[in-house]
Ligand binder design. Structure first.
Ligand code: PEP
Ligand code: MN
Length: 361
């Protein structure tokens, strides 16, 4: 358990933090009955933080845009009745004001709001002097700067309980996922802001029930701090995101099947058992660089010839030859051909850059 989860949600008891930590609830609040039925089952399964959309930013007009403030007393009621805490999405200063009045416990900023610095600033300013946890979803586009920037805007007004939610990134055409996970982005996020809680939202990445578990497990494999999963008492009848919501029973089942990767290194003779292998990896990496440097010297010789004979640095046929052969060579070494292609793209780019530099000198 990441201790920062406790700092982010100080109102949750240790026993409520779960392994893995889970925020669950309907995409949207629809009726008092739908909310009550969903929350009662989730609470009985040990969910202590409920998510529920009240203001729904929809990509296209004329869809259900949420019940707004009308639904807030129902959430208050659920809090009292089931002893749960509640998180809602806010997208304007008015939403913040209404949510705070209704004593919501956690706020989140949706992907369509994180993209807009003015929106984030408006939300941040309306939260000045308020001590409430705020979760920031990644923006719909794969722009790490916007995601980090939104968090910085909240920090600038003095908010200290901030977490991030990875919900994937929009696609032009239909792909397997509703929103591509692009795992390298949350990994980079983690590298830059290691102290922040990072939660994965497999529901909005998947777009369909059948994929939720695989994404959730992948997130745990990557050491995410928790999950936010949509759950509805009758998913097929949901007013929004019907295809991706899970019944509380299915969600409970899924959570039991997930494997938490919270094991730790067990020291042997006072040493990390991986130290020896890591030393060998260090040696191999050094050897790789030696080989790369040898390659660069050869490139230099070619560059000299090209300069003396006025030959262009970039030769398409040679590049095509490299592009065709290297992925095949990769297979012989049981390496991923796509990764090897990418590697040679970088190496070749650098060769051309160097040669152009020499030729122009
Ligand atoms: C949601 O959580 O229901 C939602 C609208 O998510 P997102 O902002 O990730 O699209
Ligand atoms: Mn949703």
């Amino acid at each position: 358990m990441n201790p920062s989860i406790k700092q982010l949600f100080p109102f949750l008891k240790d026993s409520q933090l779960g392994t893995p930590f889970l925020i669950a609830g309907p995409c949207s609040v629809e009726t008092p009955e739908q909310l009550d039925s969903t929350v009662s089952q989730l609470a009985a399964n040990g969910v202590s933080l409920i998510r529920a959309g009240v203001w729904k930013p929809r990509t296209r007009p004329n869809g259900f845009e949420g019940l707004g403030s009308l639904a807030l007393p129902w959430l208050q009621e659920a809090k009292k009745k089931y002893g749960v805490k509640v998180a809602v999405e806010v997208a304007t200063a008015y939403h913040v004001e209404e949510a705070l009045k209704a004593e919501m416990d956690v706020l989140w900023i949706g992907a369509r709001s994180t993209v807009n610095p003015f929106t984030v600033t408006e939300i941040a300013e309306s939260l000045q002097g308020v001590d409430i946890p705020v979760l920031v979803k990644n923006p719909i586009n794969p722009d790490l700067g916007l995601w980090l920037g939104a968090i910085e805007r909240l920090e600038q007004v003095g908010l200290s309980k901030i977490g991030a939610i990875h919900r994937g990134f929009s696609n032009f055409r239909d792909t397997v996922h509703r929103n591509s996970p692009m795992w390298e982005l949350p990994i980079e996020f983690r590298t830059l802001r290691p102290e922040l809680v990072l939660i994965n939202d497999p529901s909005h990445i998947s777009g369909k029930r059948s994929l939720v578990k695989g994404i959730a497990q992948h997130a745990l494999d990557l050491n995410f701090d928790g999950l936010m999963i949509e759950s509805h008492t009758n998913p097929d009848a949901a007013w929004t995101d019907a295809a991706q919501q899970l019944s509380p029973a299915d969600l409970n089942h899924l959570m039991r099947e997930l494997v938490s990767r919270n094991g730790e290194f067990k020291p042997q003779n006072g040493q990390n058992p991986l130290d020896e292998i890591r030393q060998q990896i260090d040696e191999v990496d050094r050897a790789l660089l030696e080989v790369l440097s040898r390659r660069m010297h050869l490139v230099e010789k070619i560059g000299t010839y090209k300069k003396e004979n006025n030959v262009a640095a970039f030769q398409l046929e040679r590049w095509q030859e490299i592009l065709n052969s290297r992925p095949n060579w990769a297979k012989a070494f049981q390496l991923n051909p796509d990764v090897v292609t990418e590697l040679f793209r970088i190496i070749h780019q650098e060769s051309i850059r160097k040669q152009t530099e020499w030729i122009d000198e």
